[in-house]
Each structure stands twice: as C-alpha cells, then as structure tokens.
Design a protein around this ligand. Structure first.
Ligand code: TRP
Length: 402
C-alpha cells in the first residue's frame, strides 16, 4: 500500500490534531502517541531497536531523549542501523521553519538529538531553514523570513555543530545557488498530484499554489543529489531525519516518490512534542510568550514564567499533597525535567519524592528553574560567540567530511 494513502480518523483519534501546522489534544497527558503511530503508519522505537543502536555505537550511552522514549517512533531505521554496523555512509537531515527571532527551548530538541547522532556517528549533516515556507504560511515579508533564517542559524550553530560536517541553508538563498536542488524539487513535483497533497496535507481550493508546491522543497534535501558539492556522484547515500512527528506527512510523501526517481528512501526518527507551560494539551508556541521559555529569556523571566504558568500536578493543599502526592504525568515541571535533566538517578529520585508527596511543587519548580537558567544562560554565552563570519561559513555550499 502507498504510504500516503489517506485514512479517515475514527471518533477517538479525531480528538488529537497533529499536522505540520497544528498540534493539540483534549487530554492533560497530551497526544496519545500509540494511536498516532497506528494512524500515521510508523513504527514504535522499541527496546530491540534501542539495543541494536546501542551495540552499533559501542560505549557511548544512548542519549536520554532516546532512553526516555521522547524519540518514540521511526520509519525504516533498520537500513540505517545496518549501515552503521557495516560502516557505510549515510547523512543526517533536519530543519526548522524560522518563524521568530526567539527560539524556545522546545525548538532545540531535534537539534540536540541530531548533534548527538553527528558526534557519535561522525556523519555529514544538512539543515534546511524553510524561510520560504514561513513566508507562504505566515503574515511575514520575504525580508523578515530571510533575516530570521540567519538569526535562527546562529542559535543552531551555538549548540556546537561541527563546521567540517554541517551545511545549513536558507531555501530562498540555496535555490539560486544550486541548480541540482531545484531540479530535484521539480522532479518531485512532477510525481505528486493535487489529489495526493490534498489527502496528505489537507490543502484545499483556497490555499495558494505556493503552499501546494512547497512539500517538494522539504522533500528534496532527503536526496544526496541535491548537494553535489557534498556527495559528488554518490547518488545512493540515504539520510536519517530526526524530527517532530508532526513533520511526518512531508516524508511519507517523499518515501512514496523516492523509488520512482530511483533515489533512496529517507529513514526517520520521531520525537513527541514539547508541551506548553500551561499543560500537555498543546505544544509550546512562539506566538504565545507565556507558553514557552525562550532562549532569550532572562533568569528572572524564566523564574516568573515557571512559577506562574507551569501547570502543576500537585495537590491543592499541603496536607492533601503530603498525603496523596503529585501527578508526574501531567506536571509540566516534571515533564520538562524529563527533557532536560541528564541524570536518570536524579530524575528517578525526583519522581519518587514528588509522587509520594515528600517533595512539594515549589521545590520541583525550583529544580527546573535552576536547570533552565543554566541551560539558557550557557546558550546565550555560546550564541554571542557565533559571529557573522561563522554563520557565513556554515551557510556556504562546500565539501564536507564524509
Ligand atoms: N517544516 C519544518 C518546520 O516548520 C522545517 C523543516 C524543513 C524540517 N525540513 C525539515 C523539520 C526536516 C524537520 C526535518 O519547522
């Protein structure tokens, strides 16, 4: 069956909305990811896969985002594992739609895991900044979108990617620099009908033709021939894409098209969403400043936002809390610690103490506040070191170490 065959969701499924433009759930625990796996037709990232990845990479422990099942699903990761085991080449591909100057901490997740993969596997990486996508979807000028791509590149570079192995590009600029990229886009466009994009993305008669054509632009970097300066004549190097599950529709489409172009299908690993401070019903959004911790927030702002807005799974009174304990499943401060606190022992201890009522919400929030202040503070310092020259280097088409 074609991976893009649209399925009509049943009643229960329809409560979770997950697509590239919106994510929401009616449950405080957030989106039901098991149902999503079934609905999207991807596969759970289970113990078997984790063990195989662990033995393929040797001594380095799996990243906590993988250990804690925040990266919870995949498509076709087995061929990539085989390549790792056989020391054959592949590359990493991820991206970001630059919609605001300030990225929030949730935006870092795909990049954190991508960097980890790059560090342990030593492979080339391409990062697409979809300034064109944001121009088409948002109320934004071309100049703003283009500018934001560069500002966001600075944040991404600050995470410590290796310039010898990383190419970051703005679609607006790269399109004019690399005919092979545009050729692939048009080849992909020729393979996909209006009927198919309507089924996959829900486009309708009043959507601009720019939106309808865009999915091919996000698909093209999956193919090594889009980057002749990196891969030369190597046409069969496949890619692994770490991304949020909301991006899956683009790559379902890509995987359908690939064999028709004689190109390798991309493999994917998917993360869950980073919840909004107000609760797991929605993901963090840059458009609501109180729903997110931004990389530009001061220590004071971080403290106030968490104390004031982070949804608590604690009980209403001290007595009740001591007696019954807090609910980690809905407690946003605890959930954020799962994403950012590296030590499993420390996280277990917090969970145990909070859910038994020994630890109060205030103490839990204090741990999170200090951790995020540290992470955001370190990011701020590293970002300040990323000069225009450095950004330019990362964004110049050039050979990378293979
Ligand atoms: N569409 C993505 C967004 O809005 C950006 C993106 C482009 C991307 N290519 C990607 C994300 C590849 C993940 C993987 O954020």
């Amino acid at each position: 069956m074609s991976e893009t065959a649209p399925r009509v969701p049943d009643e229960a499924e329809s409560e979770d909305v997950v697509n590239p433009w919106s994510v929401s759930s009616s449950s405080g625990k957030g989106v039901d990811y098991n149902k999503l796996i079934e609905r999207f037709g991807c596969t759970a990232l289970d113990d078997g896969i984790r063990q195989r990845l662990q033995s393929a990479i040797g001594d380095t422990p799996l990243h906590h985002l993988i250990r804690r099942e925040i990266f919870f699903a995949h498509r076709d990761i087995a061929p990539i594992l085989t390549r790792i085991e056989n020391k054959q080449p592949f590359f990493l591909y991820t991206g970001r739609g630059p919609s605001s100057t300030a990225m929030h901490v949730g935006h870092l997740l795909p990049f954190i895991i991508t960097k980890w993969f790059q560090d342990v596997l030593n492979v080339p990486l391409v990062i697409q900044l979809t300034d064109d996508e944001k121009f088409l979807w948002k109320d934004m000028t071309y100049e703003e979108a283009f500018h934001l791509a560069f500002e966001n590149a600075r944040d991404i570079i600050a995470l410590g990617f290796d310039p010898k192995k990383t190419f970051i590009f703005s679609n607006f600029r790269f399109m004019g620099q690399c005919p092979e990229f545009y050729q692939n886009i048009v080849k992909i466009q020729k393979c996909v009908t209006m009927n198919q994009v309507r089924g996959i993305f829900g486009f309708g008669d009043s959507d601009s033709i720019g939106k309808i054509a865009f999915p091919a632009v996000q698909a093209a970097p999956c193919f090594p021939s889009s980057f002749p300066f990196i891969f030369g004549a190597m046409k069969d190097v496949p890619c692994l894409i770490p991304c949020g599950i909301d991006q899956d529709p683009y790559f379902r489409m890509t995987r359908d098209v690939a064999p028709r172009l004689n190109y390798p299908k991309p493999s994917l690993v998917f993360s869950t969403f980073f919840p909004a401070l107000q609760g797991a019903q929605t993901k963090m959004s840059s458009s609501d400043p109180n729903s997110s911790i931004f990389l530009t927030d001061s220590d004071k702002v971080i403290k106030t936002k968490i104390n004031k807005h982070a949804f608590s799974g604690g009980k209403a009174t001290v007595e009740e809390h001591r007696l019954l304990g807090g609910d980690c499943d809905v407690d946003i401060s605890y959930q954020y610690l799962r994403f950012f606190l590296e030590s499993d022992d420390e996280l277990d201890r917090i969970k145990q103490e909070y859910s038994s009522g020994k630890m109060m919400t205030g103490e839990l929030k204090k741990i999170l506040i200090e951790l995020l202040q540290k992470i955001v503070g370190e990011h701020r310092a590293k970002r300040a070191e990323v000069t225009d020259e450095v950004v330019k280097e990362f964004m110049t088409p050039r050979p990378l170490l293979l």
